[in-house]
Design a binder for this molecule. Structure first.
Ligand SMILES: NC(=O)c1ccc[n+]([C@@H]2O[C@H](COP(=O)([O-])OP(=O)(O)OC[C@H]3O[C@@H](n4cnc5c(N)ncnc54)[C@H](OP(=O)(O)O)[C@@H]3O)[C@@H](O)[C@H]2O)c1
Length: 325
C-alpha cells in the first residue's frame, strides 16, 4: 500500500510517499481503508521534534525513537471505510464508513490502518464528506469535553480565546448549540470564519484587549497560554468558570486554590477522546449544529505543503490530507 512516511526527524520535506507493507488484522481488529486524515500541529511536532514544552523532549523522544522515528507513519484523526474485519469483530462490517482516532499509535497517513474494534470509531455522519469528517475528531472532541465541563446554561455569556484555532472553532459552535451568547477572540484574518461559525461578537486581539473591556462572562475558555490568570478571573461573573484549554504548570497549581477558596471554578482536563463523545458529535453534525471548517485538502504527494501550512500558522480552518485517489 502507499503511505506518507518519514524516516528522519526534520522539516516538512522529510515526508514522502512510499510503498509499505499493508497491515494484517487479527481476530479483534478492523482493517480501515483511510480516505482522509487531518494534518495536525501534533503531527508536525512528531515530525520536526520541535516541541512547545521543552521538558517533554526526552520522554517523548524515548517513546518515539531516539535517532529516527520508530513509527514512520503519522496521522491520528481520520475518516474511511471498513475494508475487512477480524473473526471476533461484531460491531462493524466491510463497507461501513467511519471516522475516529488511532490514539498514540498513529499510522493514518496511509491507505490502510489496522485498529482494534475497541478503538474510538463511530459511523460517519451522513451529511459529511470524508475530508470534513476527518477534520472533526481532534478539535471537536477537545471542544466538547471542555464545553460540557463548563456546564453552560442557555443565555450565559461565553468568551473563547483562540476562537479561530483548531479547538476554538468547534468550541464556538458547541457553545452556541448549548444556548450561550458567544464572543470569539482571535486575529483579524479569522474574524469572517468565526462569525460564520455562529459567534455573536468578535474581538480582534491585535487591536483590543478583552481584559481591558467592561464586559464580564460566565465562562472563559482560554486556549492562549499567555493570558494573565488573575485578570481573567476578574472578567468572570459570580460563579464563573475559567477553562484552561492550554494549561501551564503554575496556572494548574493556582486553579485548585481558586476553585477551593472563591466562587469561581478553574478547570483543565485533557479530552478522553471517547466513542460516546464522538457519537454525540455525530448527532450534532446530523442535526446541523456543527460543521467542519476546512482550510484546504491536499493530496498525498502534497503532504510537505500541508505541514508547511499548519506550522506557519497560516491556516484558517482545518488542513486535511486526502488519502488514495
Ligand atoms: N487541553 C487539551 O485537551 C488540548 C488538546 C490539544 C491541544 N491543546 C493545546 O491548545 C492550544 C491551542 O490549540 P489549537 O490547536 O486550537 O491551536 P491553534 O489552532 O494554533 O489556535 C490558536 C489560536 O489562538 C490565536 N491566538 C494567538 N494569540 C492570541 C491571543 N492573544 N488572543 C486570542 N487568540 C490568540 C491564534 O491566532 P494567530 O493565528 O493570530 O496566532 C490561533 O488562531 C495548543 O497550544 C495545543 O497544544 C490542548
Amino acid at each position: 500500500m502507499k503511505a506518507i512516511v518519514y524516516q528522519q526527524y526534520g522539516p516538512p520535506e522529510v515526508l514522502h510517499v512510499a510503498e509499505v507493507e499493508k497491515p494484517t488484522p487479527t481476530a479483534e481488529d478492523v482493517l480501515i481503508r483511510v480516505r482522509a486524515v487531518e494534518a495536525t500541529k501534533t503531527d508536525c511536532e512528531f515530525r520536526s521534534f520541535k516541541l512547545p514544552v521543552k521538558w517533554t523532549w526526552l520522554p517523548l523522544r524515548l517513546a518515539t525513537g531516539i535517532t529516527k522515528p520508530r513509527q514512520p507513519i503519522l496521522g491520528m484523526y481520520f475518516a474511511g471505510e471498513i475494508e475487512t474485519v477480524g473473526s471476533a469483530v461484531t460491531s462493524y462490517k466491510p463497507g461501513d464508513t467511519i471516522f475516529g482516532c488511532t490514539g498514540f499509535d498513529r499510522g493514518a497517513y496511509a491507505e490502510y490502518v489496522c485498529l482494534p474494534e475497541s478503538a474510538t470509531l463511530v459511523p460517519m455522519p451522513h451529511n459529511m464528506s470524508f475530508a470534513e469528517a476527518a477534520a472533526i475528531p481532534l478539535g471537536a472532541l477537545n471542544a466538547l469535553h471542555y464545553m460540557r465541563r463548563a456546564n453552560i446554561q442557555p443565555g450565559e455569556q461565553v468568551l473563547i480565546t483562540g476562537a479561530g484555532g483548531s479547538i476554538g472553532n468547534y468550541a464556538v459552535q458547541i457553545a452556541k448549540a448549548f444556548g450561550a451568547e458567544v464572543t470569539g477572540v482571535d486575529g483579524p484574518h479569522k474574524r469572517a470564519m468565526v462569525m460564520k461559525l455562529g459567534a455573536d461578537h468578535y474581538i480582534d486581539y491585535t487591536k483590543t484587549d478583552f481584559l481591558q473591556m467592561d464586559q464580564s462572562y460566565d465562562v472563559i475558555f482560554d486556549m492562549v497560554t499567555s493570558t494573565p490568570y488573575s485578570k481573567c478571573l476578574q472578567r468572570l461573573n459570580p460563579n464563573g468558570r475559567y477553562l484552561l484549554g492550554n494549561p501551564r504548570f503554575f496556572k494548574m497549581l493556582r486553579s485548585a486554590i481558586t476553585t477551593r477558596f472563591t466562587d469561581k471554578t478553574v478547570l483543565f482536563a485533557f479530552a478522553g477522546e471517547t466513542e460516546a463523545e464522538l457519537h454525540a458529535l455525530k448527532e450534532m453534525i446530523e442535526a446541523g449544529q456543527l460543521v467542519a471548517p476546512l482550510d484546504g485538502v491536499y493530496t498525498m504527494t502534497q503532504a510537505a505543503e500541508a505541514h508547511h501550512r499548519v506550522e506557519t500558522e497560516q491556516r484558517v480552518g482545518v488542513v486535511v490530507l486526502q488519502i488514495g485517489d
